[in-house]
Design a protein around this ligand. Structure first.
Ligand SMILES: NC(=O)c1ccc[n+]([C@@H]2O[C@H](COP(=O)([O-])OP(=O)(O)OC[C@H]3O[C@@H](n4cnc5c(N)ncnc54)[C@H](OP(=O)(O)O)[C@@H]3O)[C@@H](O)[C@H]2O)c1
Length: 205
């Protein structure tokens, strides 16, 4: 099945966590990180997040060029009052993989698995999907070996901490079936703000 190119963008704290155990909103780590987030969104035809991240970060997924705004859920327990459904931007597409799913006015609901959804996006002419987490969704994409580019903001000034706090590949202790090979293609340390911007690209042989 064909799929679009998929990039990921996450901020990790010094201990490799993407969030605290309490799953508080992560926000952005600095003005520079926020500017990078917006620049990465601007190159996408579609943005993709898990419902956990949508809820925790109260995202509206606004971006230049109004890319599609896609949210993935097993349960389909979408909150119709969420700001996503009441803010201008690209068309909203919801994927429900297991439950019946709560229809939301103004959003297109899809049922099926993640691979089928990505295939549908490709069929609709979506070439670049940009995913902003969270860890569970990134884990699923990594399991499918469907990550082409990985952008990290390594925020060395912050420790989220907590053995149960999620990492970039989801819940600690849930190992991927195989290692994935990436090349580090950009290393951009910003000592003045205690951060480093990293870009990895999937190794192709
Ligand atoms: N540091 C960063 O850059 C960054 C980025 C993103 C998120 N975060 C933080 O991470 C925390 C959320 O982490 P999380 O791991 O819970 O996030 P998540 O992956 O966004 O959310 C998990 C939920 O999303 C849905 N989901 C995820 N993968 C799915 C799949 N393969 N198929 C179907 N549904 C799927 C499910 O929704 P249902 O419950 O509806 O079934 C699941 O319960 C928040 O605190 C957020 O602030 C940080």
């Amino acid at each position: 099945m064909t799929r679009p190119q998929i990039s990921i963008n996450l901020a990790i704290s010094a201990d490799g966590k993407i969030s605290s155990v309490a799953r508080r909103p992560s926000g952005w780590t600095s003005r520079e990180d926020h500017a990078r987030l917006l620049a990465l969104r601007a190159g996408a035809d579609a943005l993709l997040v898990g419902r956990g991240t949508l809820e925790a970060d109260r995202m509206t997924l606004k971006a230049a060029g109004d890319p599609w705004r896609c949210v993935v859920s097993r349960s389909g327990a979408f909150d119709a009052g969420h700001p996503l459904f009441h803010s201008p931007g690209g068309p909203v597409h919801l994927l429900v993989t297991e439950g019946v799913g709560q229809e939301v006015v103004g959003a297109v609901m899809h049922r099926g698995n993640l691979a089928e959804f990505l295939g549908m996006l490709a069929d609709e002419g979506i070439r670049r999907v940009h995913c902003e987490g969270g860890g569970q969704l990134v884990f699923a994409l990594a399991e499918m070996d469907a990550i082409d580019e990985l952008h990290l903001t390594w925020a060395g000034h912050r420790l989220f901490g907590g053995g149960e706090a999620p990492t970039l590949s989801g819940v600690p202790g849930a190992f991927l079936p195989a290692s994935l090979a990436f090349d580090l293609v950009d290393f951009d340390p910003r000592p003045a703000i205690g951060e480093c911007f990293l870009t990895y690209r999937r190794k192709t042989q």
